[in-house]
Design a protein. Sequence first.
Length: 70
Amino acid sequence: MSDFKVPRINTLKTPTSWSWVEQAIAHLDLILLDHSHCERKAAGVALNLMFRYPSNTQLQLVGVFRVLIL
């Protein structure tokens, strides 16, 4: 086991209930499927912005990553 410590990030206003954690672990395949859909939608939005605003140099960087993943 590594001695690497993961920093704790407190972004939730209330603690996550253990029953939710247990359900998430029991249905990890559904969690990952949902996450992949969210990632795909985010990628689509990024590409849409890149083509809608071609003169924006910050968005052109998205094109570089697009070439790398295709």
